[in-house]
Design a protein around this ligand. Structure first.
Ligand SMILES: *Cc1c(COP(=O)(O)O)cnc(C)c1O
Length: 646
């Protein structure tokens, strides 16, 4: 019997169920028709995401698809700057805010372009952590007031590039990460005759929480400890370059979940700043690095996928603590630099994946398997299934587990045939489902029975690669909010985990956001034959685009850049469409030439034709097919039988 559930559910219930309001920060909601809509500027203008997916599909850009909302990016840059302006005004702070965008978070030209353009009125600058990033920053940067902050390990050419920027009148600050860089910068300054602007990255003792807690302290990879700072100071003095020291920098790691950590780090760094200022260095900037979080799970806690503060609170705490320390030390307050990357970039893009298959343990075993002669073990299990009232849930579960193990042993020893093994497995899963249903009605769940839910969850197979598009989910166990993009007027009834199409058992998403801790499965809609089912994975604009790799040679995915446009019927237009990698492109990346492969295949087909293994006409067709596949995308080309409907 199928339970008809659709009627007792509403779009509003879905909105609550998937937590849109909590993690979506006013940007995401569900419309009355049950479709997810995005509000890039949080100003009431919305775009239905399925419209974008449909339009992209009609352009030949099927899922997996990255949707980049350029307006959201602009909105975040504006928001961050305005929040700091307000904090500075409210606190009566005498310095300015001079934020920079760390390019490593998302190097895509359209992203950097948008950030530079959005930051024009705020003198919002760029941060580079490597030579290639600096080369982007130098060329894309505009204006004499905006900063370029140079972090990361540097060779002499990196420093020469930074000084090239100085020659062009740009405020380029070289942040010293290790003592040897002081010698290099002195040397290059002499060589070029350009006076650099220098910052010191200090190794703070303040230890954070979250995944990047090891970015500070004695074993941190970057920064100068106290003794090294004093050495560096002497070196600059000896070279008569005191006037070059302008900035103190720290970075305590990304996604700092607890505001207490931020307060402590800012306080410690402000002390360093004041001491150096009192030693007679000109200074002028205090750079508090990145770390500003994103509330991926919407819980507003200090859990690692969340943050227990708002951007406003962050700005006020940074401004307030710097002012307090400077006042107490009698030092003029600095301009404040932040390098927030994740907080600026994460919300602007999302990934759309298509679920095309469901793997279900119990159904696929087939209820029809009635062995001709039933083995006793199957009878035992059947008794457990039938006499459910006799034993408690937990005891029944243990008994069933024991019988299942026994059945496998019997099979291995040759005492159980395939039919009986199938029957045993099938009855076992039926018992599990039965226990699980009873558990739903009971209050307290013993842990084993709770885990049963995960055990019983389906696997929804999605046409994408975790390693290409959601690397941090695998590498760092980072959580991202995930929801269906449509059908949200229907009650979700299927517990599932997501698996990708790589041949890697790690290629899956089986940890999901929850208000408490982490959920092992999510609840989705049953798949309907012939109808695509799309999921949105949100807040993926930071780091995921560039960290992804070519595992199994699944290449870059399709991508569209969306702008709000009141004159368009659906309220938006696609400004740019980037086609994902073709097979020929990814195999060239591993040193094959696709023409060469085509030639080799043609030779083999010709040979087979000569030997009459293939008919000449078919041979021609096969050569053409192979060649055409070279230009195909790397992901599955899902051919739906019947009409596509959503
Ligand atoms: C990565 C990095 C950032 C960006 O950090 P977020 O947490 O993404 O804001 C800022 N500064 C430095 C030095 C970094 O290495």
């Amino acid at each position: 019997m199928k339970i008809k559930a659709a009627s007792a559910w509403s779009a509003a219930q879905s909105e609550e169920f998937y937590g849109f309001k909590r993690w979506g920060a006013n940007h995401f909601s569900v419309d009355s028709e049950g479709f997810v809509q995005v509000q890039p500027l949080a100003d009431g203008r919305t775009v239905r995401l399925m419209d974008v997916v449909d339009e992209a599909t009609s352009m030949g850009l099927k899922a997996p698809l990255v949707i980049r909302m350029q307006d959201t990016l602009r909105h975040r840059v504006t928001q961050l700057n305005e929040v700091f302006r307000k904090a500075i005004k409210d606190e009566g702070y005498k310095g300015d805010y001079r934020g920079v965008f760390p390019i490593k978070v998302n190097q895509l030209r359209e992203v950097v372009d948008e950030v530079v353009s959005a930051g024009k009125d705020f003198n919002y600058g760029l941060e580079a952590g490597s030579k290639p990033e600096l080369m982007i920053a130098l060329a894309m940067h505009e204006g004499g007031q905006r900063l370029i902050i140079c972090n990361g390990y540097k060779d002499k050419d990196y420093m020469r590039l930074a000084l090239l920027g100085r020659k062009l009148g740009k405020k380029v600050i070289i942040v010293i990460e290790q003592l040897s860089e002081v010698d290099s910068i002195i040397e290059i300054s002499k060589e070029t005759g350009v006076k650099p602007m220098i910052g010191f990255r200090v190794k703070l003792q303040t230890r954070g929480e979250g995944k990047w807690a090891m970015s500070t302290g004695d074993n941190a990879k970057f920064g100068l400890n106290t003794a090294e700072i004093l050495f560096a100071v002497e070196k600059l003095r000896a070279a008569k370059m005191q006037q070059c020291l302008r900035l103190v920098h720290f970075h305590i790691g990304s996604q700092v979940p607890n505001i207490i950590t931020i307060k402590a780090a800012v306080t410690e760094a402000a002390r360093f700043y004041c001491q150096l200022a009192k030693m007679g260095f000109p200074m002028g900037y205090l750079d508090v690095g990145g770390g500003l979080g994103i509330d991926y799970d919407g819980s507003r806690t200090n859990f690692e996928s969340s943050m227990n503060y708002t951007v406003g609170e962050y700005a006020r705490d940074v401004v307030f603590n710097i002012r307090e320390i400077c006042e107490a030390s009698g030092v003029k307050v600095p301009d404040i630099v932040t390098e927030s990357g994740r907080a600026v970039a994460a919300p602007h893009s999302m990934l759309v994946v298509e679920v095309f298959e469901r793997i279900n343990k119990h159904e696929s075993l087939g209820k029809q398997h009635q062995p001709k002669s039933r083995h006793k073990i199957v009878d035992d299990l059947a008794v457990l299934l039938k006499n459910k009232a006799r034993l408690g849930r937990l005891e029944r579960f243990h008994d069933a587990l024991q019988k299942k193990e026994e059945a496998f042993s019997l099979f291995n020893l040759g005492y159980l045939d395939l039919e009986n093994r199938a029957a045993a497995e099938q009855i076992f899963w039926q018992i599990c489902e039965q226990i699980d249903k009873e558990s739903d009605k009971a209050g307290y769940q013993p842990e084993e029975l709770h885990d049963l839910k995960k055990l019983l969850a389906d696997q929804y197979v999605c046409n994408f690669s975790v390693f290409q598009s959601l690397l941090d989910s695998w590498a760092l166990k980072q959580l991202f909010p995930i929801t269906p993009l449509h059908r949200l007027k229907e009650k979700p009834t299927v517990n599932a985990v997501l698996v990708d199409i790589t041949c890697d058992s790690d290629g899956k998403v089986d940890r999901f956001i929850d208000l408490q801790d982490v959920k092992d499965y999510m609840t989705l809609h049953p798949l309907k034959p012939g109808q695509p089912y799309y999921l949105g994975i949100y807040l993926t604009g930071a780091y995921q685009d560039i960290m992804g790799d070519l595992h199994n040679l699944f290449g870059r995915v399709n991508e569209v850049h969306v702008f709000l446009e009141d004159d368009e019927p659906n309220g938006y237009y696609i400004e740019e469409a980037l086609a994902g990698s073709r097979v020929s492109e990814v195999i060239e990346g591993v040193q094959y030439q696709w023409e060469e492969l085509c030639r080799k295949i043609k030779q083999q087909i010709d040979h087979a034709t000569k030997k009459d293994l293939i008919k000449p006409r078919e041979g021609v067709r096969l050569v053409e097919f192979y060649e055409a596949q070279m230009q195909a995308k790397t992901y599955l080309n899902i051919e739906q039988n019947g009409k596509r409907k959503r």
